[in-house]
Design a protein around this ligand. Sequence first.
Ligand code: ATP
Ligand code: MG
Length: 447
Amino acid sequence: MSKILIVDDEPRILLLLQSLLKANGYAVETARDGNAALDIVRKGGIDIAVTDLRMTPMDGMALFREIKAIAPNVPVVLLTAYASVETAIEAMKSGIFDYLTKPFKVDDLIACLKRAEEQISKSATSAANPEHPVRYRFENFIASSPLMVSVCETIQKVAPTAATVLIIGESGTGKEVIARTIHRNSTRAKRPWVAVNCAAIPENLLESEMFGHVKGSFTGAVADKEGLFEAANGGTLFLDEISSMPLLLQGKLLRVLQEKEIRRVGGTKSIPVDVRVIAASNVNLEEAVVKGTFRSDLYYRFAVITIDIPPLRKRPDDIIPLARHFIRAERGGTASVPEISADAAKALVAYDWPGNVRELENAIKHALTFYHSGDITSELLPQKILEHKAEQNVSSSSTNASLKSFLKQKEREYIEQILNTTGGDKEKAAETLKVNLSTLYRKLSDD
Ligand SMILES: Nc1ncnc2c1ncn2[C@@H]1O[C@H](COP(=O)(O)OP(=O)(O)OP(=O)(O)O)[C@@H](O)[C@H]1O
Ligand SMILES: [Mg+2]
Protein backbone atom coordinates (compact mmCIF):
# COMPACT_ATOMS: atom_id res chain seq x y z
CA MET A 1 0.00 0.00 0.00
CA SER A 2 1.53 3.29 -1.07
CA LYS A 3 1.55 6.31 1.17
CA ILE A 4 0.50 9.50 -0.55
CA LEU A 5 1.22 13.00 0.69
CA ILE A 6 -1.37 15.58 -0.41
CA VAL A 7 -0.50 19.23 -0.16
CA ASP A 8 -3.10 21.94 -0.71
CA ASP A 9 -3.89 25.15 1.11
CA GLU A 10 -7.62 24.50 0.89
CA PRO A 11 -8.73 22.27 3.78
CA ARG A 12 -11.88 21.27 1.88
CA ILE A 13 -9.88 19.83 -1.01
CA LEU A 14 -7.50 18.09 1.39
CA LEU A 15 -10.39 16.37 3.12
CA LEU A 16 -11.99 15.37 -0.14
CA LEU A 17 -8.84 13.93 -1.69
CA GLN A 18 -7.92 12.23 1.55
CA SER A 19 -11.21 10.35 1.77
CA LEU A 20 -11.19 9.51 -1.95
CA LEU A 21 -7.69 8.08 -1.84
CA LYS A 22 -8.36 6.19 1.37
CA ALA A 23 -11.41 4.66 -0.24
CA ASN A 24 -9.10 3.48 -3.01
CA GLY A 25 -6.80 1.75 -0.57
CA TYR A 26 -4.06 4.34 -0.16
CA ALA A 27 -2.55 5.56 3.07
CA VAL A 28 -2.71 9.34 3.14
CA GLU A 29 -0.97 12.20 4.90
CA THR A 30 -1.96 15.81 4.35
CA ALA A 31 -0.25 19.17 4.68
CA ARG A 32 -1.64 22.66 4.27
CA ASP A 33 1.60 24.29 3.14
CA GLY A 34 5.05 23.53 1.81
CA ASN A 35 6.89 23.64 5.10
CA ALA A 36 4.51 21.25 6.80
CA ALA A 37 4.83 18.99 3.75
CA LEU A 38 8.63 19.01 3.96
CA ASP A 39 8.48 18.05 7.64
CA ILE A 40 6.45 14.99 6.67
CA VAL A 41 8.79 14.08 3.79
CA ARG A 42 11.81 14.34 6.10
CA LYS A 43 10.29 11.82 8.46
CA GLY A 44 10.29 9.35 5.56
CA GLY A 45 7.74 6.80 4.41
CA ILE A 46 6.08 8.91 1.71
CA ASP A 47 5.91 7.15 -1.66
CA ILE A 48 4.25 9.78 -3.83
CA ALA A 49 3.54 13.48 -3.31
CA VAL A 50 0.57 15.31 -4.85
CA THR A 51 0.73 19.07 -4.55
CA ASP A 52 -1.27 22.05 -5.59
CA LEU A 53 0.68 24.52 -7.70
CA ARG A 54 -0.67 27.80 -6.39
CA MET A 55 0.10 28.04 -2.67
CA THR A 56 1.84 30.54 -0.42
CA PRO A 57 4.46 31.08 0.81
CA MET A 58 6.02 28.14 -1.04
CA ASP A 59 4.37 27.24 -4.35
CA GLY A 60 4.11 23.73 -5.78
CA MET A 61 7.22 24.06 -7.94
CA ALA A 62 9.38 25.29 -5.07
CA LEU A 63 8.06 22.45 -2.94
CA PHE A 64 8.86 20.00 -5.74
CA ARG A 65 12.47 21.17 -5.81
CA GLU A 66 12.78 20.82 -2.04
CA ILE A 67 11.29 17.33 -2.13
CA LYS A 68 13.71 16.34 -4.90
CA ALA A 69 16.59 17.41 -2.67
CA ILE A 70 15.39 15.40 0.32
CA ALA A 71 13.79 12.38 -1.35
CA PRO A 72 14.80 12.24 -5.02
CA ASN A 73 12.87 9.03 -5.67
CA VAL A 74 9.48 10.35 -4.62
CA PRO A 75 7.44 11.15 -7.75
CA VAL A 76 5.66 14.48 -7.47
CA VAL A 77 2.30 15.12 -9.13
CA LEU A 78 1.25 18.72 -9.68
CA LEU A 79 -2.34 19.94 -9.57
CA THR A 80 -2.79 23.04 -11.73
CA ALA A 81 -5.47 25.28 -13.05
CA TYR A 82 -5.88 25.29 -16.81
CA ALA A 83 -4.44 28.79 -16.99
CA SER A 84 -1.10 27.56 -15.61
CA VAL A 85 -0.50 25.05 -18.34
CA GLU A 86 2.73 26.83 -19.25
CA THR A 87 4.08 26.28 -15.77
CA ALA A 88 3.14 22.65 -16.19
CA ILE A 89 5.28 22.49 -19.32
CA GLU A 90 8.25 23.80 -17.38
CA ALA A 91 7.42 21.44 -14.55
CA MET A 92 7.52 18.39 -16.80
CA LYS A 93 10.84 19.51 -18.18
CA SER A 94 12.31 19.83 -14.71
CA GLY A 95 11.19 16.35 -13.73
CA ILE A 96 7.70 16.58 -12.26
CA PHE A 97 6.18 13.12 -12.66
CA ASP A 98 2.92 14.36 -14.11
CA TYR A 99 0.35 17.08 -13.71
CA LEU A 100 -3.43 17.13 -13.59
CA THR A 101 -5.47 20.10 -14.67
CA LYS A 102 -8.28 21.08 -12.33
CA PRO A 103 -11.03 20.04 -12.30
CA PHE A 104 -9.92 16.46 -12.78
CA LYS A 105 -11.64 13.12 -12.43
CA VAL A 106 -10.77 10.91 -9.47
CA ASP A 107 -10.05 8.13 -11.94
CA ASP A 108 -7.40 10.29 -13.59
CA LEU A 109 -5.71 10.84 -10.26
CA ILE A 110 -5.84 7.13 -9.41
CA ALA A 111 -4.47 6.22 -12.87
CA CYS A 112 -1.69 8.73 -12.38
CA LEU A 113 -0.80 7.30 -8.96
CA LYS A 114 -0.76 3.80 -10.45
CA ARG A 115 1.74 4.89 -13.08
CA ALA A 116 3.86 6.53 -10.41
CA GLU A 117 3.81 3.28 -8.43
CA GLU A 118 4.87 1.34 -11.52
CA GLN A 119 7.74 3.73 -12.07
CA ILE A 120 8.85 3.33 -8.47
CA SER A 121 8.92 -0.45 -8.72
CA LYS A 122 10.66 -0.25 -12.08
CA SER A 123 13.44 1.99 -10.84
CA ALA A 124 13.79 -0.19 -7.75
CA THR A 125 14.47 -3.25 -9.94
CA SER A 126 16.88 -1.41 -12.22
CA ALA A 127 18.78 -0.04 -9.21
CA ALA A 128 19.16 -3.61 -8.00
CA ASN A 129 20.58 -4.56 -11.37
CA PRO A 130 23.67 -2.42 -11.96
CA GLU A 131 24.14 -3.66 -15.54
CA HIS A 132 21.09 -1.86 -16.78
CA PRO A 133 20.74 1.71 -15.67
CA VAL A 134 23.07 3.40 -18.14
CA ARG A 135 21.65 6.86 -18.51
CA TYR A 136 20.36 7.87 -21.93
CA ARG A 137 21.17 4.57 -23.55
CA PHE A 138 18.20 3.59 -25.62
CA GLU A 139 18.11 0.43 -27.65
CA ASN A 140 18.61 1.06 -31.38
CA PHE A 141 18.76 4.78 -30.83
CA ILE A 142 21.99 6.59 -31.61
CA ALA A 143 22.73 9.96 -30.05
CA SER A 144 26.27 11.31 -29.98
CA SER A 145 25.87 15.00 -30.73
CA PRO A 146 25.08 17.39 -27.89
CA LEU A 147 21.81 18.25 -29.66
CA MET A 148 20.67 14.64 -29.62
CA VAL A 149 21.90 14.04 -26.09
CA SER A 150 19.56 16.79 -25.00
CA VAL A 151 16.75 15.14 -27.00
CA CYS A 152 17.55 11.97 -25.03
CA GLU A 153 17.26 13.85 -21.76
CA THR A 154 13.79 14.97 -22.76
CA ILE A 155 12.82 11.43 -23.78
CA GLN A 156 14.05 10.15 -20.44
CA LYS A 157 11.96 12.70 -18.58
CA VAL A 158 8.74 12.42 -20.52
CA ALA A 159 8.70 8.68 -21.18
CA PRO A 160 7.34 7.61 -17.78
CA THR A 161 4.61 10.27 -17.77
CA ALA A 162 1.29 10.12 -19.57
CA ALA A 163 1.84 13.45 -21.27
CA THR A 164 1.00 13.83 -24.94
CA VAL A 165 4.14 14.58 -26.93
CA LEU A 166 4.65 16.45 -30.17
CA ILE A 167 7.67 15.53 -32.27
CA ILE A 168 8.74 17.98 -34.96
CA GLY A 169 11.46 17.30 -37.50
CA GLU A 170 12.26 17.17 -41.20
CA SER A 171 11.52 14.00 -43.09
CA GLY A 172 13.80 11.14 -42.09
CA THR A 173 15.15 12.74 -38.91
CA GLY A 174 13.86 9.94 -36.69
CA LYS A 175 10.45 11.05 -35.48
CA GLU A 176 9.04 7.57 -35.44
CA VAL A 177 12.05 6.01 -33.69
CA ILE A 178 11.80 8.63 -31.00
CA ALA A 179 8.08 8.04 -30.51
CA ARG A 180 8.77 4.32 -30.25
CA THR A 181 11.63 4.90 -27.83
CA ILE A 182 9.27 6.90 -25.62
CA HIS A 183 6.76 4.06 -25.71
CA ARG A 184 9.37 1.40 -24.96
CA ASN A 185 10.63 3.34 -21.97
CA SER A 186 7.21 4.09 -20.56
CA THR A 187 5.09 2.10 -18.15
CA ARG A 188 3.02 1.20 -21.21
CA ALA A 189 5.89 -0.65 -22.89
CA LYS A 190 4.16 -4.01 -22.67
CA ARG A 191 0.87 -2.66 -23.96
CA PRO A 192 0.06 -1.98 -27.63
CA TRP A 193 2.01 0.39 -29.84
CA VAL A 194 -0.16 1.54 -32.72
CA ALA A 195 1.02 3.90 -35.46
CA VAL A 196 -1.09 5.64 -38.06
CA ASN A 197 -0.02 8.00 -40.81
CA CYS A 198 -2.76 10.62 -41.08
CA ALA A 199 -1.56 11.63 -44.56
CA ALA A 200 -1.79 8.11 -45.93
CA ILE A 201 -5.46 7.51 -45.19
CA PRO A 202 -8.19 9.23 -47.25
CA GLU A 203 -9.93 11.97 -45.30
CA ASN A 204 -13.31 10.25 -45.26
CA LEU A 205 -11.87 7.03 -43.85
CA LEU A 206 -9.58 8.47 -41.20
CA GLU A 207 -12.31 9.00 -38.63
CA SER A 208 -13.55 5.43 -38.82
CA GLU A 209 -9.96 4.21 -38.86
CA MET A 210 -9.25 6.09 -35.63
CA PHE A 211 -12.51 5.61 -33.76
CA GLY A 212 -14.06 2.58 -35.45
CA HIS A 213 -17.59 2.38 -36.78
CA VAL A 214 -20.84 0.51 -36.28
CA LYS A 215 -22.40 -1.65 -38.91
CA GLY A 216 -24.40 0.29 -41.50
CA SER A 217 -23.04 3.72 -40.50
CA PHE A 218 -21.92 4.28 -44.08
CA THR A 219 -21.79 2.37 -47.37
CA GLY A 220 -19.24 -0.35 -46.92
CA ALA A 221 -19.58 -0.53 -43.14
CA VAL A 222 -20.71 -4.14 -43.28
CA ALA A 223 -19.82 -4.97 -39.69
CA ASP A 224 -18.89 -3.26 -36.44
CA LYS A 225 -15.25 -2.31 -36.48
CA GLU A 226 -12.87 -1.38 -33.69
CA GLY A 227 -10.79 1.76 -34.27
CA LEU A 228 -7.12 2.37 -33.58
CA PHE A 229 -7.87 4.13 -30.29
CA GLU A 230 -9.49 0.97 -28.97
CA ALA A 231 -6.70 -1.16 -30.41
CA ALA A 232 -4.17 1.00 -28.59
CA ASN A 233 -6.01 0.87 -25.26
CA GLY A 234 -3.55 0.86 -22.38
CA GLY A 235 -0.73 1.68 -24.77
CA THR A 236 0.47 4.40 -27.11
CA LEU A 237 -1.05 5.74 -30.33
CA PHE A 238 1.37 7.43 -32.72
CA LEU A 239 -0.31 9.95 -35.03
CA ASP A 240 2.16 10.62 -37.81
CA GLU A 241 1.81 13.70 -40.04
CA ILE A 242 -0.82 15.12 -37.74
CA SER A 243 -0.98 18.32 -39.82
CA SER A 244 -2.83 16.34 -42.51
CA MET A 245 -5.72 15.64 -40.19
CA PRO A 246 -8.91 17.36 -41.37
CA LEU A 247 -10.11 20.18 -39.12
CA LEU A 248 -13.35 18.46 -38.19
CA LEU A 249 -11.49 15.39 -37.04
CA GLN A 250 -9.02 17.55 -35.10
CA GLY A 251 -11.99 18.74 -33.05
CA LYS A 252 -13.05 15.17 -32.39
CA LEU A 253 -9.53 14.17 -31.43
CA LEU A 254 -9.33 17.04 -28.97
CA ARG A 255 -12.52 15.87 -27.32
CA VAL A 256 -11.22 12.33 -27.06
CA LEU A 257 -8.03 13.58 -25.42
CA GLN A 258 -10.07 15.55 -22.91
CA GLU A 259 -12.84 13.07 -22.21
CA LYS A 260 -10.74 9.92 -22.56
CA GLU A 261 -13.58 8.17 -24.31
CA ILE A 262 -14.42 7.59 -27.95
CA ARG A 263 -17.56 7.08 -29.92
CA ARG A 264 -17.52 4.87 -32.99
CA VAL A 265 -18.74 6.44 -36.24
CA GLY A 266 -22.50 5.99 -36.31
CA GLY A 267 -22.50 4.76 -32.73
CA THR A 268 -24.13 6.21 -29.64
CA LYS A 269 -22.19 4.46 -26.91
CA SER A 270 -19.17 6.16 -25.31
CA ILE A 271 -16.29 3.75 -24.90
CA PRO A 272 -13.63 4.67 -22.31
CA VAL A 273 -10.04 4.51 -23.58
CA ASP A 274 -6.71 4.97 -21.84
CA VAL A 275 -4.33 5.91 -24.63
CA ARG A 276 -1.22 8.02 -24.65
CA VAL A 277 -0.99 9.98 -27.86
CA ILE A 278 2.27 10.99 -29.50
CA ALA A 279 2.01 13.12 -32.63
CA ALA A 280 4.60 13.93 -35.26
CA SER A 281 4.84 16.54 -37.96
CA ASN A 282 7.42 17.59 -40.50
CA VAL A 283 5.81 20.97 -40.94
CA ASN A 284 5.80 23.78 -38.43
CA LEU A 285 2.45 23.41 -36.69
CA GLU A 286 2.53 26.96 -35.35
CA GLU A 287 2.44 28.20 -38.93
CA ALA A 288 -0.41 25.80 -39.68
CA VAL A 289 -2.28 27.33 -36.73
CA VAL A 290 -1.72 30.82 -38.12
CA LYS A 291 -2.90 29.68 -41.56
CA GLY A 292 -6.00 28.20 -39.98
CA THR A 293 -5.38 24.62 -41.06
CA PHE A 294 -4.62 23.40 -37.55
CA ARG A 295 -6.73 24.05 -34.47
CA SER A 296 -4.91 26.15 -31.91
CA ASP A 297 -6.50 24.36 -28.93
CA LEU A 298 -5.32 21.00 -30.23
CA TYR A 299 -1.89 22.47 -30.90
CA TYR A 300 -1.59 23.73 -27.32
CA ARG A 301 -2.71 20.36 -26.03
CA PHE A 302 0.11 18.67 -27.93
CA ALA A 303 2.73 21.36 -27.54
CA VAL A 304 2.99 20.83 -23.76
CA ILE A 305 5.97 18.64 -24.55
CA THR A 306 7.57 19.32 -27.92
CA ILE A 307 10.64 17.50 -29.12
CA ASP A 308 12.41 19.28 -31.96
CA ILE A 309 14.69 16.94 -33.86
CA PRO A 310 17.42 18.84 -35.63
CA PRO A 311 18.22 17.86 -39.24
CA LEU A 312 21.27 15.63 -39.64
CA ARG A 313 23.35 18.40 -41.26
CA LYS A 314 23.10 20.34 -37.98
CA ARG A 315 24.57 17.44 -35.98
CA PRO A 316 27.50 16.04 -37.94
CA ASP A 317 28.78 14.28 -34.80
CA ASP A 318 25.98 11.76 -35.26
CA ILE A 319 26.83 10.80 -38.86
CA ILE A 320 29.59 8.24 -38.30
CA PRO A 321 28.05 6.62 -35.20
CA LEU A 322 24.78 6.26 -37.13
CA ALA A 323 26.61 4.85 -40.16
CA ARG A 324 28.33 2.27 -37.93
CA HIS A 325 24.99 1.45 -36.36
CA PHE A 326 23.46 0.76 -39.78
CA ILE A 327 26.43 -1.37 -40.83
CA ARG A 328 26.03 -3.45 -37.68
CA ALA A 329 22.29 -3.70 -38.29
CA GLU A 330 22.83 -5.00 -41.84
CA ARG A 331 25.78 -7.22 -41.08
CA GLY A 332 24.97 -8.14 -37.50
CA GLY A 333 25.59 -11.80 -36.87
CA THR A 334 27.74 -12.23 -39.97
CA ALA A 335 31.45 -12.76 -39.61
CA SER A 336 32.62 -9.38 -40.86
CA VAL A 337 31.39 -6.00 -39.77
CA PRO A 338 33.44 -3.70 -42.01
CA GLU A 339 34.98 -0.43 -40.86
CA ILE A 340 34.47 2.87 -42.65
CA SER A 341 37.61 4.11 -44.41
CA ALA A 342 38.88 7.62 -43.71
CA ASP A 343 37.92 8.94 -47.15
CA ALA A 344 34.42 7.48 -46.92
CA ALA A 345 33.99 9.02 -43.48
CA LYS A 346 35.10 12.36 -44.87
CA ALA A 347 32.57 12.17 -47.70
CA LEU A 348 29.78 11.17 -45.31
CA VAL A 349 30.46 14.07 -42.97
CA ALA A 350 30.82 16.58 -45.83
CA TYR A 351 27.46 15.74 -47.37
CA ASP A 352 24.43 17.77 -46.31
CA TRP A 353 21.85 14.92 -46.05
CA PRO A 354 18.60 16.50 -47.29
CA GLY A 355 16.91 13.15 -46.59
CA ASN A 356 18.46 13.04 -43.11
CA VAL A 357 19.00 9.77 -41.24
CA ARG A 358 16.88 7.76 -43.66
CA GLU A 359 19.11 8.87 -46.55
CA LEU A 360 22.17 7.87 -44.54
CA GLU A 361 20.65 4.48 -43.82
CA ASN A 362 19.99 3.99 -47.55
CA ALA A 363 23.50 5.12 -48.43
CA ILE A 364 24.93 2.47 -46.11
CA LYS A 365 22.66 -0.20 -47.57
CA HIS A 366 23.79 0.88 -51.03
CA ALA A 367 27.45 0.67 -50.02
CA LEU A 368 26.95 -2.78 -48.58
CA THR A 369 25.38 -4.14 -51.77
CA PHE A 370 28.60 -3.19 -53.59
CA TYR A 371 30.83 -4.19 -50.73
CA HIS A 372 33.26 -7.01 -51.27
CA SER A 373 35.95 -7.02 -48.60
CA GLY A 374 38.13 -4.75 -46.50
CA ASP A 375 36.92 -1.33 -45.38
CA ILE A 376 33.94 0.52 -46.76
CA THR A 377 35.61 3.00 -49.07
CA SER A 378 34.16 6.16 -50.58
CA GLU A 379 33.57 4.66 -54.07
CA LEU A 380 30.99 2.36 -52.55
CA LEU A 381 28.87 5.33 -51.56
CA PRO A 382 26.05 6.61 -53.78
CA GLN A 383 27.17 8.90 -56.56
CA LYS A 384 25.28 11.88 -55.13
CA ILE A 385 27.37 11.91 -51.98
CA LEU A 386 30.61 11.70 -53.96
CA GLU A 387 29.49 14.39 -56.39
CA HIS A 388 28.85 16.65 -53.51
CA LYS A 389 32.38 16.07 -52.31
CA ALA A 390 33.72 16.47 -55.84
CA GLU A 391 31.96 19.82 -56.19
CA GLN A 392 33.66 20.97 -53.06
CA ASN A 393 37.00 19.76 -54.37
CA VAL A 394 36.51 21.47 -57.69
CA SER A 395 35.91 24.76 -56.04
CA SER A 396 39.06 24.39 -53.97
CA SER A 397 41.58 22.76 -56.32
CA SER A 398 39.83 22.75 -59.74
CA THR A 399 41.37 19.48 -60.86
CA ASN A 400 40.01 18.11 -64.13
CA ALA A 401 39.15 14.46 -64.30
CA SER A 402 40.87 12.42 -67.03
CA LEU A 403 38.74 10.80 -69.74
CA LYS A 404 39.51 7.42 -68.25
CA SER A 405 38.23 8.32 -64.81
CA PHE A 406 35.22 10.02 -66.36
CA LEU A 407 34.32 6.86 -68.29
CA LYS A 408 34.90 4.78 -65.21
CA GLN A 409 32.55 6.97 -63.25
CA LYS A 410 29.86 6.73 -65.94
CA GLU A 411 30.30 2.97 -66.08
CA ARG A 412 29.94 2.89 -62.35
CA GLU A 413 26.77 4.93 -62.41
CA TYR A 414 25.29 2.62 -65.00
CA ILE A 415 26.14 -0.49 -62.99
CA GLU A 416 24.56 1.08 -59.93
CA GLN A 417 21.43 1.85 -61.90
CA ILE A 418 21.14 -1.74 -63.05
CA LEU A 419 21.85 -3.03 -59.56
CA ASN A 420 19.04 -0.85 -58.28
CA THR A 421 16.64 -2.42 -60.74
CA THR A 422 17.72 -5.91 -59.69
CA GLY A 423 17.38 -5.02 -56.02
CA GLY A 424 21.11 -5.51 -55.47
CA ASP A 425 21.19 -8.97 -57.03
CA LYS A 426 24.66 -9.03 -58.60
CA GLU A 427 24.14 -12.20 -60.63
CA LYS A 428 21.09 -10.76 -62.36
CA ALA A 429 22.89 -7.47 -62.88
CA ALA A 430 25.86 -9.27 -64.49
CA GLU A 431 23.43 -11.06 -66.79
CA THR A 432 21.77 -7.82 -67.86
CA LEU A 433 25.13 -6.13 -68.39
CA LYS A 434 26.41 -9.19 -70.26
CA VAL A 435 29.60 -9.46 -68.20
CA ASN A 436 30.95 -12.18 -65.93
CA LEU A 437 30.05 -11.98 -62.30
CA SER A 438 33.74 -11.74 -61.47
CA THR A 439 34.15 -8.80 -63.87
CA LEU A 440 31.28 -7.09 -62.17
CA TYR A 441 32.89 -7.63 -58.78
CA ARG A 442 36.19 -6.27 -60.06
CA LYS A 443 34.53 -3.19 -61.51
CA LEU A 444 32.78 -2.61 -58.23
CA SER A 445 35.80 -2.96 -56.04
CA ASP A 446 38.60 -1.23 -58.00
CA ASP A 447 38.96 2.49 -58.42
N1 ATP B 1 18.93 8.39 -33.77
C1 ATP B 1 18.70 7.30 -34.51
N2 ATP B 1 19.28 6.12 -34.18
C2 ATP B 1 19.07 5.02 -34.94
N3 ATP B 1 18.32 5.00 -36.04
C3 ATP B 1 17.72 6.14 -36.44
C4 ATP B 1 17.89 7.34 -35.68
N4 ATP B 1 17.19 8.31 -36.30
C5 ATP B 1 16.60 7.74 -37.37
N5 ATP B 1 16.92 6.44 -37.47
C6 ATP B 1 16.50 5.52 -38.54
O1 ATP B 1 16.32 6.29 -39.71
C7 ATP B 1 15.15 5.91 -40.39
C8 ATP B 1 14.21 7.09 -40.50
O2 ATP B 1 13.70 7.38 -39.21
P1 ATP B 1 12.14 7.63 -38.96
O3 ATP B 1 11.30 6.78 -39.82
O4 ATP B 1 11.91 7.59 -37.51
O5 ATP B 1 12.07 9.14 -39.49
P2 ATP B 1 10.82 10.10 -39.62
O6 ATP B 1 11.26 11.41 -39.07
O7 ATP B 1 9.62 9.45 -39.04
O8 ATP B 1 10.69 10.24 -41.20
P3 ATP B 1 9.40 10.68 -42.10
O9 ATP B 1 9.16 12.12 -41.81
O10 ATP B 1 9.89 10.45 -43.48
O11 ATP B 1 8.29 9.79 -41.69
C9 ATP B 1 14.56 4.74 -39.65
O12 ATP B 1 14.99 3.54 -40.23
C10 ATP B 1 15.14 4.89 -38.26
O13 ATP B 1 15.27 3.64 -37.63
MG1 MG C 1 7.88 8.83 -40.01
